[in-house]
Write a protein that binds this ligand. Structure first.
Ligand code: R1P
Length: 293
């Protein structure tokens, strides 16, 4: 497989040689990449850069590359959900690990470091709005990883315990459990971050137990998630990308950490009074941690 040329239907390049959805060329990205959901958040990050050398926007994928305190960084928006994470991770990986001229996988692997700066809802009373949380691991309620082989790194016993505890409906895809990068987690484990296990959902409303006009299949799911415990680990928060990020990073040989600004507390029904300021605080904290010697 390694030296087989990739067909133009598989590795899709635009006329200018950029990769299909992201519209980026290999020289456009740094090896440290910040991912954000919202395209508008890209500027919230890059406004702190010393200078911006690349600014490209296609669909929900907006990319700025520049330097922060001398360190070259890329910030890219993924839009919402793990289906977009599949595109972003495969295409960013292709930019460094596939030779676009020869259309073959490069012999030498380049490792990327991904840092998600995202927003999230806590499901535990003791994790308040406006706090910051590192996802030590993620539980995927999406089914992205089930489409890839070689998933030995998944914690299947954890999944089984959760399936049993929640009486998980088998019509839904089986939850999978994947960890973030231990070194990045260590680096970010500074004062002000709590650590937890993040459940990644396939939607914002029903899948996260929000009832507007539609009832959910299991009205008690969030309560079951809140009181679930496996080997002392509790599920702390809900969002929509982390399992895909951790899973794709593990599959492709990259490093990833997901940082969450807790904007909602689902257990007590509260929402941040100043979400923008909280996310901006997390952005600066993240940038400064990335340049710390
Ligand atoms: C839902 O409002 C979105 O916000 C959270 C969820 O994961 C989902 O993408 O993250 P972002 O603020 O990073 O997009």
């Amino acid at each position: 497989m390694k030296n087989q040329s990739l067909a133009s239907s598989e590795l899709i390049l635009n006329e200018d040689g950029s990769i299909y959805h992201l519209n980026l060329k290999p020289e456009d990205i740094a090896t440290t990449i910040i991912t954000v959901g919202d395209p508008d958040r890209v500027v919230d990050v890059s406004q702190h850069f010393d200078s911006i050398e690349v600014a490209i926007h296609k669909r929900e994928f907006k990319t700025h590359t520049g330097t922060y305190k001398g360190k070259r960084l890329t910030v890219i928006s993924t839009g919402i959900g793990t289906d977009n994470i599949d595109i972003v991770f495969n295409e960013l990986d292709a930019l460094v690990n596939i030779d676009f001229e020869k259309r073959i996988i490069k012999e030498k692997h380049t490792q990327l470091s991904f840092v998600r700066i995202g927003t999230s809802g806590s499901i535990q009373h003791n994790i308040p709005v406006d706090s910051f949380l590192i996802s030590e691991s993620a539980i995927g309620f999406d089914n992205l990883l089930h489409f890839y082989g070689n998933t030995d790194f998944l914690d299947n016993q954890f999944s089984e315990a959760l399936v049993k505890h929640t009486n998980w409906n088998s019509n839904k895809s089986k939850p999978y459990v994947v960890s973030g990068d231990a070194n990045l987690i260590q680096t970010f484990s500074t004062e002000g971050f709590s650590k937890g296990t993040t459940a990644t959902n396939v939607g914002f409303y029903g899948p996260q137990g929000r009832v507007l006009r539609l009832k959910t299949e299991d009205a008690n799911l969030n309560a079951k998630l809140e009181n679930f415990e496996y080997k002392g680990v509790k599920i702390t928060n809900l969002e929509m990308e982390t399992s895909g990020i951790y899973g794709m990073a593990a599959l492709l040989g990259h490093r990833a950490i997901s940082l969450n600004a807790i904007l909602a507390n689902r257990a007590n029904g509260t929402f941040s009074k100043n979400p923008r300021a909280i996310v901006n605080k997390l952005i600066l904290k993240t940038l400064d941690t990335l340049v710390k010697k």
